[in-house]
Design a protein around this ligand. Structure first.
Ligand code: CA
Length: 360
C-alpha cells in the first residue's frame, strides 16, 4: 500500500511538473496581453504593489493566458486619466478609486468611500450582499467599463497639517488636498479643497502651496515622507472610513473573454481586495510606531466639536448627491438603507466589543 501511494505520489509530482512546464510555455504565448494603468506611483507600497499583485494573480490563475503589464501614474497616462484611458480602450484595465471620477458621475463616490459612512467590513457587505456592486456595474457599463473592488485601505488618517485645528474656525481658509466628498465637506466648512495625485503631495505641502493633506494611513504616509513636510498628524480619517480601491476593465475586452477567464479576473480582484486590507491592518500599526518613536511625529485627535461639525456637514453633502440625478438617488437610497442596518448591528457587535476589549 505504501509503495502504491509512493508511486501515485511520484506520478502526481510528475504530472504537476508537466503542468508547470506547460504553464511556463503558455507564459511565452499569452492569449491576451493587457496594459493596466494606475493612479498610483509605480510600485507604491500597498496601492501600487496591490495593482502589481493583481496583475501577477491574473497571470498565475490563468496559467499565463492573460498577461497584464502594470503602468504607474504618468507612465502611459496621467493618474486622473485612467478612467478615460480604459473607457476608450487605450488600456484594457485600470486600478484607482471611484471617487476620483465624480466628474463622470457624482454617484461614483459611493463606490469608493463616504465621510462618516461604511467601514471596510461593512462596505464589503454592501458591495457583495447589499446591491452595491450591482449598482456600480450598472453605472460603469455606461462608460464601457466593468468595475470590481480590488483593495481596501481600512480607516484612514485625518492627514498632515501645518496649522493646528483647535476649533471649527481653524478649518476656514484651510487649503487642503482632500478628494471626493470629504473635499466638499471641507469647502462647506470654509476651507479650500484641492485634488492632487499622490505623487505631488510632498512638494505641495513642503512648498506651502497647500496647508494640509490627507493621503492614506501610517504605512503609506511614511513611504511618502509626509512627516518631513508637516507639523501635525491628525486622526481619525472621518472622510475615508474604508476606502475601496477599484479595478476597471474595458467592457468590450471583458465581454470578449471566455467565461473561465472572466471568472479568474474578477476573483483575482476579490483576492487582492482581501489581501490589501490584511496588509494595511498589519503594517499601519508598525508604521505608526516608526512615525511616533523614530520621527517624533506630533499626533493629535480632532476636537469633538470639529468632528461634530464635519459630521453634520457630511450628512448634508451626501444627501444632496441624491438630488443630482436618478441614478445617484437610487444609489444613495441603497447605501443609506445598508448603512442604517450596519450601524445598528455594528453598535452591538464591533463597537461594543472594541470598547469591552479596551476597557479591560
Ligand atoms: Ca485618502
Amino acid at each position: 500500500m505504501q509503495r502504491r501511494t509512493f508511486i501515485t505520489g511520484a506520478a502526481g509530482a510528475a504530472a504537476a511538473a508537466t503542468a508547470t512546464l506547460s504553464a511556463r510555455s503558455a507564459w511565452a504565448k499569452p492569449e491576451y496581453k493587457w496594459k493596466m494603468v494606475t493612479t498610483w506611483p509605480k510600485n507604491f507600497p500597498g496601492l501600487g504593489t496591490g495593482a502589481n499583485k493583481l496583475a501577477e494573480l491574473i497571470g498565475d490563475m490563468s496559467g499565463g493566458r492573460v498577461q497584464v503589464k502594470v503602468y504607474g501614474a504618468n507612465e502611459l497616462v496621467p493618474a486622473f486619466e485612467v478612467f478615460d484611458a480604459v473607457s476608450r480602450g487605450t488600456a484594457e484595465m485600470g486600478h484607482g478609486s471611484a471617487y476620483y471620477w465624480k466628474g463622470k458621475s457624482e454617484a461614483a463616490q459611493f463606490f469608493s468611500t463616504v465621510p462618516f459612512g461604511l467601514t471596510a467590513q461593512e462596505m464589503n457587505g454592501w458591495m457583495y450582499y447589499g446591491g452595491g456592486l450591482a449598482l456600480w456595474t450598472e453605472l460603469y457599463a455606461g462608460f464601457d467599463l466593468v468595475p470590481a473592488p480590488a483593495g481596501n485601505t481600512g480607516v484612514q488618517m485625518g492627514g498632515w497639517f501645518n496649522k493646528e485645528i483647535n476649533s471649527v474656525a481653524d478649518l476656514r481658509g484651510l487649503k487642503m488636498r482632500i478628494p471626493g466628498l470629504g473635499g466638499e465637506v471641507l469647502e462647506r466648512a470654509g476651507g479650500t479643497p484641492v485634488n492632487l495625485p499622490g505623487g505631488e503631495l510632498f512638494t505641495s505641502l513642503q512648498s506651502g502651496a497647500i496647508d494640509a493633506t490627507e493621503w492614506v494611513g501610517p504605512y503609506n504616509d511614511l513611504a511618502f515622507g509626509l512627516y518631513k513636510a508637516a507639523k501635525y498628524y491628525y486622526y481619525p480619517g472621518w472622510h475615508e472610513p474604508g476606502t475601496v480601491l477599484e479595478a476597471m476593465i474595458n467592457k468590450q475586452v471583458f465581454d470578449g473573454l471566455p467565461k473561465d477567464l472572466q471568472s479568474i479576473v474578477l476573483n483575482a480582484c476579490a483576492v487582492v481586495s482581501q489581501d490589501m486590507l490584511a496588509e494595511y491592518t498589519a503594517r499601519n500599526p508598525q508604521a505608526l510606531q516608526t512615525l511616533l518613536n523614530e520621527h517624533d511625529v506630533d499626533m493629535r485627535r480632532f476636537p469633538d466639536d470639529v468632528i461634530a461639525k464635519l459630521r453634520e456637514l457630511s450628512h448634508e453633502v451626501v444627501a444632496e448627491i441624491a438630488e443630482k440625478d436618478a441614478f445617484s438617488r437610487k444609489t444613495f437610497a441603497s447605501y443609506q438603507k445598508f448603512l442604517k442596518q450596519a450601524r445598528e448591528w455594528s453598535a452591538i457587535s464591533e463597537l461594543t466589543y472594541l470598547r469591552a476589549r479596551d476597557q479591560a
